[in-house]
Design a protein around this ligand. Structure first.
Ligand code: ATR
Length: 456
């Protein structure tokens, strides 16, 4: 890390909770600051006890804003100068905004889910909503459904007492006693009308977890399903929805937007949807798999190795040449002949831009000349770990001499082809080196051996 990145004017944001080891919030907020050019760093602060002292100290230290997580979301409310109305109803605060004399508390989990659903075209107003689970997360979800004007909210929980207590807590704040607690075993009492179903239990977090309600028939009520769990990406609830063709999403979008709304409150700005999408991609990469990018001269084995690597690591495989051919509906040779190399290189750059914003858990084999543009080299690094597969001129010649699909290698004789390969390898070497983080010499190695090196 460059040492001049943090200066005397760098501001601090942070998270207090216990534990904070596995938090994804630094990734969300530091990405936002980086992309928006804000001189701010977001750090995790493990606070075991005495959250009041921690908040007081943070204020004195000039910390610009804080998130609060388990176990302090309720206890922290005593150390604030003001609390947003909705957060007060929910009874939990996850965001502290610096104001005159102290912090004001907000709950961004609730509007976070609200924005995630709106982005998906889901509106709770006038709907029957079924909430599964009556723990801490469910409080924010029920409050959202009631404030958005859901017609009725059925709250199903393993322990009916917990559902009743939550309903007794929230109903007085909204007209019509629309929050209706039920024991999960009484699910048949839910009116059989199309519903939005939100899964808020911890079921799905662990391998081997089942469902709160097993009866398939129950899920036919759902027109849309949302599971607050996002790790693993697919839970038993989401699998059930998928199996019945019900559109459904996991909780990653709620995590994203609770963070974005907190950042907006701290900074007094609004974050664009495009930026939100880029942050979401970073979260997905961290949780579900980073990309691997293979660069190198033609014939070095990018496609073969890439496919084998993708298969072994459970990633998707993408070949940039094939992706361009598919998008343009013609071969690389035809693009070179009809529009020229420059146009093709532009197409490569556009594709890389898209991959930098969206690719997740993918092995990407690139065209041999993609590294020539500096812009492309930067984009490759943004996509993922870049590996240079190299091969000697002799090996390269052996691998490509009978391949007619490579327009840059059109040559009259094998000698001419050999000369061309040697000169291109020499001239492109520095670009491969500059683009990549490591190099694997593929001469004399089998595909399996190279894949083993890549996965070790
Ligand atoms: P959070 O704060 O994330 O909502 P929580 O407060 O621990 O987590 O609540 C967990 C929710 O998952 C509760 O609704 C809990 O049901 P109970 O109130 O009956 O405890 C539910 N839950 C957890 N494990 C469960 C299981 N094995 N079967 C059914 N429900 C379960």
């Amino acid at each position: 890390m460059s040492l001049d990145l943090i200066t005397g004017t760098t501001g601090v944001l942070g998270l207090i909770g216990n534990p904070v080891r596995h938090t994804l919030s630094p990734l969300i907020h530091n990405t936002l600051s980086e992309e928006l050019g804000q001189d701010l760093r977001y750090l995790p602060f493990p606070v075991e006890e005495d959250v009041t002292a921690a908040v007081r100290g943070a204020y004195r230290l000039g910390i610009r804003g804080l998130n609060v997580t388990v176990p302090h979301k309720t206890a922290v409310m005593d150390s604030l100068v003001d609390i947003d109305e909705k957060a007060r109803i929910i009874g939990a605060v996850n965001t502290l905004v610096r104001t005159e004399g102290g912090y004001k508390g907000y709950n961004t989990d609730m509007p976070g889910l609200g924005r995630a659903l709106t982005q998906r075209g889901i509106h709770l107003a006038g709907q029957q909503v079924i909430v599964l689970g009556a723990g801490g997360a469910s409080r924010a979800v029920c409050t959202l459904a009631l404030s958005e004007g859901a017609e009725s909210v059925y709250l199903l929980n393993r322990t009916i007492e917990n559902a009743k207590a939550l309903a007794d807590d929230l109903n007085p704040h909204f007209p019509g006693k629309r929050l209706k607690p039920l024991a999960a075993s009484d699910y048949a009492k839910v009116p059989r009308i199309p519903s939005i179903m939100i899964q808020c239990t911890s079921l799905g977090l662990h391998e081997g977890d089942g469902l709160l309600i097993d009866d398939d028939d129950f899920y036919h009520l759902a027109t849309y399903g949302y599971d607050l769990v996002y790790n693993p990406a697919v839970t038993p609830f989401l699998r059930k929805c998928e199996g019945f063709g019900i559109p459904a999403d996991n909780g990653l979008s709620m995590l994203l937007y609770q963070g974005i709304i907190a950042y907006e409150l701290w900074m007094g700005i609004s974050v664009s949807e495009q930026l939100a999408e880029r942050v979401l991609t970073r979260l997905k990469r961290r949780l579900y798999g980073e990309n691997v990018v293979l660069v190198g001269y033609m014939g070095c084995g990018k496609s073969t190795v890439g496919q084998a690597l993708a298969e072994k690591t459970g990633r998707t495989f993408l070949d940039t040449d094939a992706a361009i051919e598919e998008a343009e509906d013609c071969s690389i040779r035809e693009i070179f002949e009809s529009e020229g190399e420059e146009t093709f290189r532009r197409m490569e750059t556009e594709l890389l831009r898209r991959l930098a914003d969206t690719a997740v858990n993918t092995v990407i084999a690139t065209g041999g000349g993609i590294v020539l543009r500096e812009e492309n080299r930067k984009l490759l690094t943004k996509i993922g770990k870049v590996i240079w597969l190299s091969a000697s001129p002799e090996t390269t010649l052996e691998r490509v001499k009978s391949d007619s699909a490579r327009p840059l290698l059109d040559s009259a004789s094998v000698q001419e082809l050999d000369d061309k390969i040697r000169s291109m390898l020499t001239s492109r070497g520095p670009a491969y080196s500059a683009a990549s983080g490591c190099k694997i010499d593929t001469d004399g190695k089998s595909v399996e051996e190279i894949v083993r090196i890549l996965t070790d």
